[in-house]
Design a protein around this ligand. Sequence first.
Ligand code: COS
Length: 385
Amino acid sequence: MADKSFLSWPFFADYHADFANGLETWAGANLNHINHADTDAACRKLVTDLGDAGWLQHTCADEGECFDVRALCLTRETLARHDGLADFAFAMQGLGMGALSLFGSPEQKSEWLPLTRTGKAIAGFALTEPQSGSDVANSTMTAILDGDHYVLNGEKTWISNGGIADVYTVFARTGDAPGARGLSAFVMAANTSGLEVVERLHTIAPHPLATLRFTDCRIPVSALIGAQGAGFKIAMSVLDVFRSTVAAAALGFARRALDEALARVTTRQVQGAPLANLQMVQGHIADMALDIDAAALLVYRAAWAKDNGAARITREAAMAKLFSTDQAQQVIDKAVQLHGGDGVRSGQMVERLYREIRALRIYEGASDVQRVVIARQVMNEFSGG
Ligand code: COS
């Protein structure tokens, strides 16, 4: 049974524990038979099921609302502990519509958010390009104003939900301003003429991923999110919120790995006694529990800060993502080791976790990008900026 003592930490409001316990019950009853062989179908069903059960409510913020980042993190932590694909399906509804939640007009919000928060539409976030993953400011996709439309041309890759999404947030260059200042954000229906899936991408922990090509995609000027030229800051603000939730997902994977390891070492016999009797094994268990608690403190510090009105949580979210994803990798590796040969056997939970965790140290800002972000924030604060 995963440790729940953190729910009494002062980061949370009273309702958060009930919320987490309710989701735990639902996840225990509904996430045991997901067909991972067909990830498109599985994700569609997961979005529908999560929507029907009301668990997507926190993925977006309607007019006059703010994100409940603690609820987002609790949801990702809980879902990830049960099933990585369920966490993915949930997370993308939030990231995909994050720019609309934070910066969308009332009309844009009312068109899309009631659909994504009930699981009736699937969302995607189209930022990365073949030549600009970490270096967002050098994105090259264009959006040229033509009368009362923008015309989008270019390619986006590593797009989660690419191929199954109904709506995308798309970032493109609208002006001559160089680098970060020339980017704008748009909301675009997936059935817009000129949008095609040119490749489906296959990874060690499969989920829907694709390269998208935009050829003369005409979208109305009303699809612009926020101001023209504000796209980079919009992308970064969305990532500030969702990076702490990536950290929460890693925390969920790590907690599951510790549970699996505890079940193993308390039952597996060596020389007539449980593995857990060996001090070397206890040392591993202690390190795993310590990493998990430290990650949880950083995750919920970031979420609490945002929920309590911090304008930016750039530093807190980057610290949470860097630490939690890197340490979850270590925790899971130890769990694999404690399982011996069974740890690398296909179909074992720890084997699945070992594959699931790796991408979290890369997507939504690789670990070294987080180090850059943290160092800049710390140096800036030191020099009074
Ligand atoms: N929130 C709001 N504004 C932000 C911001 C944030 N978190 N981070 C930067 N900005 C602003 C800066 O203040 C700056 O504004 P001014 O021009 O008004 O001073 C502007 O945006 C440009 O910032 P900066 O100079 O730091 O941009 P860089 O091009 O140097 O980029 C990194 C910095 C590398 C940190 C950024 O590109 C990044 O996070 N990359 C990773 C992207 C990523 O996560 N990709 C995955 C895609 S989604 S799976």
